[in-house]
Design a protein around this ligand. Structure first.
Ligand code: UN1
Length: 512
């Protein structure tokens, strides 16, 4: 029996306008949940409910809110296995990775439970006597958070946990194809004692969500939009929020480069490329896009990378595999389109491509009715090729070569994204020159493009985002506004810049 789930607003089930079936991508005949989808009005109503609930929540002392975050962490930790199993069932993420994903929520809670006792403001000296200056972090109000399903619980926690800790209310719209995982996480969050209406979950399709968001922004019930997803939708959200004088927190796509220098440890680089490119079936926003390998080690690297890829296990995500199926049918369809971008001057070095079936098996694995795809390495991609310039969410990696580090950096920046990047080198000078030149928000040295830790700033530039950063203390600037306060207790009006004491220097003084 599959689950039936609907949106929850103000602690109550909300009306559904249509039904969506979230399926198991490893066995597409299995429905994981029947999801009632809400309309734009329900989304806007959820924002109104959140606005009401936020006032009281903001009055709860931050250390007490921190205790709620601590409870969320404990509840998630105590429910690790069932939550990870559900993630594996619903989006086909290998179980070991799903456990890591749940761990990331706990890490995020661990970080922010202490922030409840910090949320530091400052005391600042005034230019006048008997006057004190202070800064305070104020909650913004209501955050509308729209998330993708490739990290159905970890990435949402990057928004939800700090937003709630800072005293905001949240309306969360998760991806439909990961609705059951999101719903389970929502239940864990509310079990920690969040007052009704402080966290609301709304299942809706893209068009209704956009309509609801537009309405809520007009009504003044949303003060921050958080969005993780494609660059295309991100720019529409950026436009919409910009019209309302808001800047959204945007975490978008990537065409993440990996540069391999002639002095690199090639075994390490191959291992890193394999995990970056094909772990999570290439469906992280931080997944490897293009390997940019020095011409002197190109052939050797490609041969080893192709060998490792051919040997890697793709299959049942409950088992020990490098990759399971693609997330959902729409991702499989889109991925099949990326395969049509392979051009005559490209060379596929991995063998069969496309969906794994009885007629197109991977060894003795025929894929059953799962959305399994052959991992593909395309050698010889070059600037101007769609495969080089655009994100290809899924198991496909391009390879190109370079002569000088300057050229490698230029190639790495060319597609105009800027989320993650990596360099393999044993020379510190190369690592630092790469760091300086690369446009990405995140740089790995001798490590995968993916797998950022939960307490460093996470975010991108260019087509990868608008410069907003999540995670760690940096995300506090997304969910609070600085307020400056001055308090004059001199008993008279002291005018700034005018009534300031002056000490006269002898500027003609010189050492003889
Ligand atoms: C994403 O795919 O949206 O750094 C986020 C990583 C993960 C998060 C990926 N911790 O690969």
């Amino acid at each position: 029996m599959s689950r039936q789930i609907v949106s929850i607003v103000g602690g109550k089930d909300a009306a559904a306008a249509s039904t969506y079936e979230s399926i198991n991508p490893a066995r597409t005949g299995e429905v994981v949940a029947r999801v009632g989808l809400a309309d734009a009005e329900t989304f806007a109503a959820a924002c109104r409910t959140a606005k009401e609930a936020q006032r009281e929540w903001a009055r709860v002392p931050a250390p007490v809110r921190g205790r709620v975050i601590a409870s969320i962490g404990r509840l998630v930790e105590a429910n690790t296995e069932p939550l990870a199993r559900l993630v594996t069932e619903e989006i086909g993420k290998p179980y070991a990775e799903a456990l890591g994903e749940v761990r990331e929520i706990v890490d995020t809670c661990d970080f922010f439970l202490g922030e409840g006792r910090r949320l530091y403001g400052q005391t600042v000296p005034s230019e006048m006597p008997d006057k004190n200056l202070f800064t305070f972090r104020n909650p913004i109000g209501v955050a509308a958070v729209v998330t993708a399903g490739n990290f159905p619980v970890a990435v949402p926690s990057w928004y939800l946990v700090p937003a709630l800790l800072c005293g905001n209310a949240v309306v969360w719209k998760p991806a439909e194809y990961a609705a059951a995982s999101a719903h389970a996480m929502f239940r864990l969050f509310t079990a920690a004692g969040l007052p009704e209406g402080v966290l609301n979950i709304v299942f809706a399709d893209g068009a209704e969500t956009f309509g609801g968001l537009e309405r809520a922004l007009r009504e003044g019930t949303v003060q921050k939009v958080g969005f993780t997803g494609s660059s295309e939708v991100g720019s529409r959200i950026g436009e919409l929020t910009g019209r309302h004088l808001q800047s959204a927190c945007l975490e978008l796509g990537g065409k993440n480069p990996m540069v391999i220098m002639p002095d690199a440890d090639l075994d390490l680089a191959v291992e890193g490329a394999l995990f970056s490119g094909f772990g999570t079936a290439g469906q992280r926003c931080t997944s490897l896009g293009t390997v940019i390998v020095h011409e002197s080690v190109h052939d050797e690297f490609v041969q080893r990378f192709a060998g490792a890829t051919r040997a890697a296990r793709v299959g049942d995500p409950t088992q020990d595999v490098l990759a399971g199926p693609l997330l959902d049918r729409k991702f499989a369809e889109r991925y099949e389109e990326y395969l049509t971008w392979v051009e005559p001057h490209h060379k596929i070095v991995t063998g069969p491509t496309g969906r794994i079936t009885g007629d197109n098996p991977r060894g003795d694995f025929d894929g059953g009715d799962g959305l399994y795809y052959h991992p593909v390495i395309v050698d010889g991609v070059r600037p101007g090729d769609r495969l080089f310039m655009e994100e290809t969410f899924g198991p496909i990696v391009g390879v190109t070569s370079f002569t000088t580090l300057e050229e490698a950096v230029e190639l790495a920046n060319l597609p105009g994204y800027g989320l993650s990047s990596s360099i393999y080198t044993t020379d510190a000078a190369h690592a630092f020159r790469f760091r300086e030149g690369i446009s990405a928000g995140m740089v790995s040295v001798n490590n995968s493009t993916s797998g950022a830790e939960a307490h460093l700033p996470f975010g991108g530039n260019g087509r990868s985002g608008n410069g907003s950063r999540q995670s760690g203390m940096w995300v506090l600037d997304q969910f609070t506004r600085w307020q400056a306060m001055n308090w004059d207790h001199s008993g008279r009006l002291q005018k700034a810049q005018m009534d300031v004491a002056e000490i006269t220097p002898d500027l003609d003084f010189r050492l003889s």
